[in-house]
Ligand binder design. Structure first.
Ligand code: FAD
Length: 759
């Protein structure tokens, strides 16, 4: 008999009566406004008196904002699991992670058979449910490549596409009473969902024991299984003083042992009674929470996240997990946790960190930095996970993952002041600013995070008109290596503020940035595909046209080697910052002369449309061997060398991006990005086994380059520091590093050695 330490949840279990659908929905809405956590509906598809449960769940999800929703329980024989998996994931995505799956093996077999499904014995029903759970989880698992195949007896799957992935890890709760079902609950489910009235107290104790034993035998922790309970015969106005038949205090007294001695943590009342729903939310739930908290305060029940025995075994020996502050216990993901696969890698790098901490506010970042420093392991900081130079994952270390701090706020429309948290993606920033008629140029890829990009430069689609992203940063909040949370701007810690704009990853964890956005609505977005057989000529013409173009025009050019008998190709993106279509046309049309055009299109679109986040799962899939340089002009010699590169077949992609324009209006020493005379950024990328060839080719181009953009460079040779920050910038950065991070805690992105006493 034990308390499993789960946080308490309360909800309703409503009758999906077909006769008054509005009343059903109103009770669901009341469940939310009363402050409850969960609304559930029974599922009897053979009963014509009931609304179809799935349709009702979808409707209620759309009418509520916070409530979790679940069938209680869905009838598996009439909900084929392959379709159910997709429906569940879809509803979970539509409701932003609020769907949970209550599931049963089937009851009322006459009705089920009458609808054409096969009648199963109790044993067969359990076996079918076991297969269904594997199928559901297999469909939702996007960490496995290839189709899902299951050799099931009841639900064979010869080969189906996986996905969609739900918005969160959907819980599977089983309505179970018999030993085999209880064992299955312990082996595979996330929750047990019986009805109190069907189980006497000794039966509940036995059932809990069977679940626990099955869990342990399956290598799980009994705490992994939440215990939920439906309560039907309940009342607050009754004077009978029977079980849950009396005032609030009596409820609290009677529910308390169910929590502390029997481990139940979710209570669902099966009465369509608005007054009772309200009382549960406003009086009973808070009172029981308080009573339980008081009892637990001195007790032994763990209240942190539930970690499986398998997860505990997967912990890294080099990290003291018990030293993690309580504030971060529910924020961390360990190897072996279900979410680990999703947080271990980044877009370009594979990793196997010992711990990923996902703080939700600056105070938690302070705790995370101080914990990480106490451990002698690598520390990575991650925002969007698109770092190329920045290694925002590691092996055996700690990752502070800022993805949950992702708010975008317009602080003042008049001054165009906006506040961005680092975990926001640039595509989301564009979406959030657009209703205010504001934008902030970032890059070409909406999935890139604010934290990494806005601390190095930000070479975006509006660069020539509006400059780099960092040029608009007016203040930053940063947690430094000594655990201080500082606000830095032109007045406060101006040296650190300077360093954050170009070398931010070396100085701490940025928890927020304030920027001055600018007014942009629509832009003209054009794409050309050109035959790049004569690569050098195409590059020269493009380079000259870019330099001659009005500042409204920014262009990115990607070169791909010829494959399978096709010539090399160039994809040119042209963005005109404004909706003057005629002016855009005259700026764009000269580019039709850069070479033989194979395809072209242009459209007037809102700015967010050109930075839509693709929302990829990060698996280290990006090209990680990249070289970066900056060019003043696309000279004939540089163009010839770049042609040689792309024709060699050893380079997978080259990209040239226009900088120049407003980027070069900023003084060289105004920020820690000192490259204010160049007009182009050049990047070449390849696969690992061609890296030596790339280096050889790059060495030839190097003489024509002047500096590099560190966010596009994966070479870790310290000699490249001077390319990123030519003197006096590097010297100034080293001195500031010695003040704010003398122990070089933040050393995973072009690490700057702190200036020493002899420097
Ligand atoms: C597909 C792709 C497209 C890109 N396109 C562009 C582009 O168009 N223009 C452009 O300028 N760049 C572009 N980049 C480069 C990109 O700007 C950098 O890689 C940037 O670091 C990514 O930011 P992130 O937050 O997603 O990265 P992360 O991987 O999360 O972080 C990278 C590094 O930034 C630092 N960092 C991250 N968060 C913080 C924080 N909160 N505080 C302090 N330091 C932090 C850390 O050192 C970290 O290692 C692109 C990269 C990719 C992979």
């Amino acid at each position: 008999m034990s308390d499993y330490g789960h946080e308490l949840r309360f909800g309703s279990f409503l009758t999906p009566s077909v006769h008054d659908p509005d009343q059903v929905v109103a009770l669901a809405e009341l469940t939310e406004t009363a402050g409850l956590d969960l609304v559930t509906f029974q599922d009897h598809p053979y009963n014509a008196e009931f609304l179809d449960t799935w349709t009702l769940l979808s409707w209620v999800a759309a009418r509520t904002e916070r409530l979790r929703i679940s069938g209680n329980v869905l009838s598996l024989p009439l909900r084929p699991p392959a379709v159910l998996a997709r429906a569940a994931a879809s509803l979970d995505r539509l409701s932003h992670g609020r769907f949970e799956l209550g599931l049963g093996a089937g009851a009322f077999w006459d009705g089920i058979e009458g609808m054409g499904a096969r009648r199963l014995t109790a044993g067969q029903g359990v076996a079918a449910l076991r297969e269904a759970i594997d199928l559901l989880r297999g469909v939702w698992d996007d960490t496995v490549d290839g189709p899902l195949r299951l050799d099931g007896e009841y639900y064979p799957v010869p080969g189906m596409q996986r996905g969609p992935k739900p918005a969160h890890d959907i819980d599977i709760w089983l309505g179970a009473y018999q030993p085999k079902m209880l064992a299955l609950t312990g082996q595979k489910a996330n929750g047990w969902l019986p009805t109190l009235e069907y189980l006497r107290s000794p039966d509940r104790v036995t059932a809990n024991r069977l679940i626990d034993e099955a869990a342990v035998a399956a290598g799980r922790e009994p705490r992994e299984i939440r215990r939920l309970l439906n309560l039907f015969k309940v009342d607050v106005s009754s004077r009978s003083r029977g079980f849950l038949q009396g005032p609030v205090e009596q409820w609290v007294d009677q529910l308390l042992p169910l929590v502390l001695e029997e481990g139940f943590s979710t209570f669902l009342i099966g009465r369509d009674d608005p007054r009772l729903i309200q009382t549960l939310g406003q009086e009973i739930a808070p009172a029981l929470r308080e009573a339980v908290a008081k009892e637990r305060a001195g007790g032994e029940a763990g209240t942190g996240p539930v970690r499986t025995t398998v997860a505990l075994a997967a912990r890294h020996p080099g990290l003291d997990y018990d030293a993690l502050p309580a504030s971060l216990a529910t924020r961390s993901v360990e190897p072996g946790d279900p979410e680990y696969e999703r947080v271990r890698h980044t877009y370009s790098w594979h990793g196997s960190p010992a711990l990923v901490i996902r703080p939700q506010n600056a105070a938690e970042v302070v705790d995370a930095v101080s914990y990480a420093r106490s451990q002698k392991v690598p520390l990575s900081v991650r925002s969007g996970g698109h770092g190329i130079s920045g290694r925002s994952t590691n092996d055996g270390g700690v990752v502070i993952d800022m993805s949950r701090m992702n708010r975008v706020e317009v602080l003042d429309r008049a001054t165009r002041r906006v506040r961005l948290e680092p975990g926001a993606r640039w595509g989301d920033v564009a979406q959030a600013l657009a209703p205010y008629g504001l934008a902030m140029s970032s890059g070409d890829y909406g999935d890139v995070g604010v934290g990494g990009l806005a601390t190095t430069a930000g070479v975006g689609y509006l660069a020539r008109k509006h400059g780099l992203t960092i040029d608009h940063v007016v203040a930053a909040e940063i947690v430094t290596a000594d655990g201080r949370l500082l606000r830095v701007d032109d007045e406060q810690h101006p040296d650190l503020f300077w360093a954050v704009r170009g070398a931010g990853g070396n100085f701490g964890v940025v928890t927020a940035l304030e920027l001055e956005a600018y007014e942009v609505d629509n832009v003209v977005y054009a794409q050309l595909v050109a035959d790049a057989t004569d690569t050098a000529q195409l590059l020269r013409r493009w380079g000259q046209l870019v330099e001659d173009a009005p500042r409204e025009l920014t262009s990115f050019l990607s070169l791909f080697p010829g494959r399978r008998g096709n010539p090399p190709a160039a994809q040119v993106t042209l963005v005109y910052a404004g909706d003057d279509v005629e002016a855009a046309q005259s700026a764009l049309s000269p580019f039709l002369e850069i070479g033989p055009i194979l395809d072209q299109q242009a459209q007037l679109v809102p700015y967010p449309a050109i930075v839509v986040p693709p929302g990829n799962q990060h698996r280290g899939q990006g090209l990680k061997d990249t070289r970066s340089g900056l060019l003043h002009h696309v000279t004939p010699q540089a163009a010839d060398l770049m042609e040689h590169m792309i024709h060699s077949g050893d380079v997978m992609i080259m990209q040239l991006r226009s900088v120049g324009g407003a980027v070069n209006d900023v003084a060289r020493d105004a920020t820690a990005y000192p490259h204010r005379e160049q007009n182009f950024s050049v990047l070449a990328a390849t696969v690992p086994d061609r890296r030596p060839q790339l280096d050889k080719l790059w060495a030839e181009l190097y003489a024509h380059l002047d500096g590099l953009y560190l966010s596009f460079e994966s070479d870790t040779d310290p000699a490249r520091l001077l390319d990123a920050w030519p003197e006096p910038t590097l010297g100034r950065l080293r001195a500031i590093k010695a003040t704010y991070d003398p122990d070089n805690v933040f050393n995973r992105n072009f690490p700057i050695p702190p200036a020493g006493p002899v420097d």
